[in-house]
Structures are given as C-alpha cells and as structure tokens.
Design a protein around this ligand. Sequence first.
Ligand SMILES: *Cc1c(COP(=O)(O)O)cnc(C)c1O
Length: 421
Amino acid sequence: MPMTENFKERLFPSVEEIAAHYGTPFHIYDEAGIRKTGEELNELFSGIKGFREYYAVKALPNPEILKLMKSLGFGFDCSSIPELMLSRDIGACGDDIMFTSNNTAPHEFLAAEEQGGCILNLDDISLLSKVPKMPELISFRYNPGPRRTGNVIIGNPVEAKYGISHGQVVDAYRQARDLGAKRFGIHTMVASNELDYSYMVQTTVMLLELIAKVEKELGIRFEFINIGGGLGIPYKPEQQQLNVKAMAQEVTALFSEFEAEHGYAPRLYMESGRFITGPHGALVTKAINKKEIYRDYVGVDACMSALMRPALYEAYHHIDVPGKEGQHGHVVDVVGSLCENNDKFAVQRELPPIEDGDLLVIHDTGAHGHAMGFNYNGRLRPQELMLRTDGTVELIRREETVEDHFATLSFEAKSFKPAGK
Ligand SMILES: *Cc1c(COP(=O)(O)O)cnc(C)c1O
C-alpha cells in the first residue's frame, strides 16, 4: 500500500486547512512516519555490530530532514559539494559522511577533504592518483558486471558507468595500501527500488565473499561493507512491502557465519534514500482546469517541476482526492502546465469525479521528488512542509520565486574576442 494509513489519517482531515494556510502546491513530509521507519531499521539490524544507515542526501536534501536523520544516528551519503555542505551544516563530519561521487573533479575531492574530511568511496582505480591526500580509510565502489543482473531502474551492471570491475578489485586495494591507506571498506549499488529482499541478501553474500578473497590475497581486513541503497517501496496499491524483517534476519545470519569463520566481521552500512522517506511525503496540488477532447484531462497547479518521476521513468504515483475516496468517476490524465506532453502525474487513471478547486494528494513523493525538480519552461519549484509529530505544520522550504529564477542573469558584464590562429 502506498502512503501509510497513519500519514493519511493525520493529513487528510487537515489538508484543506493546510492548503488554505500555505497555498498550493506543496510537498508535505511526515515526521512521525520517517522516525518510525528509521527506528525500525536500526532495531532490525541491531544484531550486526556497527550497523549504520547513511541517508542518501540526494533523495530529500532539506536541512530539517537531515536533522531528523542525524537524530536517528544516521550518516549521510553525498555525491556533490552542495550535499556535503548541507550535511556539514547540520553537524555531520568525518565518518558521518560517505562521499560516493563518480566522474569526480579535483575541486570536489578538495571539498571532501575539508572540515574533518569524510569517508572517500572511490569510483575508479585511476582516482587513487587524483585524490589530493591519501586518506587512512578508503573504500571503492564495486561493479560486479555480468556477475549480477541489475534490476529495472539501475539496469545491467555491464552497462553501468559506476565502480571498479571485478578484475580490478585486488589491484585497487593493493595500490591503496601501498599509497598509505590503513583502513578499508567496500561499496556496491546494484539495485534501485527493488522489492525483492533476496536481492539485497545476494549483494551481502557477494561483498562478504569478495572481502574474504581480498583479505586472503593482500592480508588486509575490511572495516565495513556498504550494500548501497535501492530498497524499494510499493508505489502501486497491489504491490507488497519489501520484507525488511526477513532481509535483516538473513543478512544478520550471514554476518554471524562470517564471524565464526574469520574471527571478525565488518560493519554493515546501507545508504537508502527512498525506503526512509519515500512513502512519508506527498505532493498536494489543486485541480484548476478540466478539458474533454480525445481524452479527458484534469489540470492541476503543480507540474513536473515538482515531480519528475512519472515523466522520467513512467513511474506510477497513487493519487487520492480527499473526501471523495471510493467514489467512481472516470478515466482521466492528470496534467501539469509544462509544454511537454509527458508532463502528466497520471495517465488513463480512474479517479473520483474531480471539480475545479479539489485537492489531489499524489503519494510517495518523499524521495527523488522535489529534489529532482527542474525549471524548464520557467516553471518554478513548490514549497516543502513538514507535518510534525505534534500536528504542527512547518514551512521547511519556501516556493521558488521569479527572482530566484532570474538570479543567474544578474552578473557583471563580460565579453572576450578570441584572437584565433
Ligand atoms: C541514489 C543513490 C542512493 C539512494 O537510492 P534509493 O533508491 O533512494 O535508495 C544510494 N546510493 C547511491 C550511490 C545513489 O546514487
């Protein structure tokens, strides 16, 4: 079931009032739901010493959300300088941050090194000579290639630009050790939005086997394995929840076996974004137009600047019309105002009868929602609100203004005529 019943029960009775107070559209996030998911994850994996979730900042890069993650004991998975800045601004430093960048530029490595540094998770062996200073703790991103078939969003690992190949693993750690690294980790991310937990169990098996092999060849021990993000959420009503409990049990058992055999076990790190915040966010938008041509359309006041996933991945986001649940209407496309025909939140969806002024709640926008928004066609991004545990609704990001949009057009005039040859 998309969007938890608990979130619905607390949002729907007040949604008209919230919309009247703040105006539409807005993304709204459920503090109670995020906390519950975070606490459950910590609890389920508490059998593994040193388990830590590094929240994937790109999923929902808002300081109030990141503070919540910090209070859960989570670290931060960053892959850009602004993500590093956001994490450090709320007090993360050193091993609280994992920098999983790819195609990294020199100034990004310099930024990663600042303010107490972070865990560097290198995307390629060639980057060893490009890091400004070899850190004590180093990790590589591993791409298993044909050893694993990727899932739908992330695709086939052979075609993925990320990570070092299987054949490079031993050499990568040998070179890192020879350059002065003393502590080691390994990372992979081979799934996205995966609902079959056995996939994550297989990833754990794969990494534990790999570190045993590297230890045997090089005599180095691994401090952590990071199995990535990619834990799925059910966007469609008929989909089942990911069985995290079974996943935790099987992964914990693998760690116990490893410890029995090797006399130690690494820590387990994870870097989920979607699983932590995805179902605990919703986009609330108002119906403003209806039209009937070859198909019937409901036009709303949000567009793909607020949520790209349907256009980008043909992703399904469930839609409710509070107060009209269960009513039978007809099949419509729910559209935004962008001059792109894929600016649709729903395609040929049966929804209750919708009138101008009705609010639509688009589910599961708590990850890769607002953050993915863009300004094509001069369309601005909406505000973000937080529904606090005590029922207070707090503005945690204002909507974009035309001034924000034109900010990059205000600069000192410059011109230059190349001399040519
Ligand atoms: C995007 C990303 C994640 C988070 O993915 P989810 O599907 O939100 O769990 C984690 N790690 C890396 C390296 C990523 O690029």
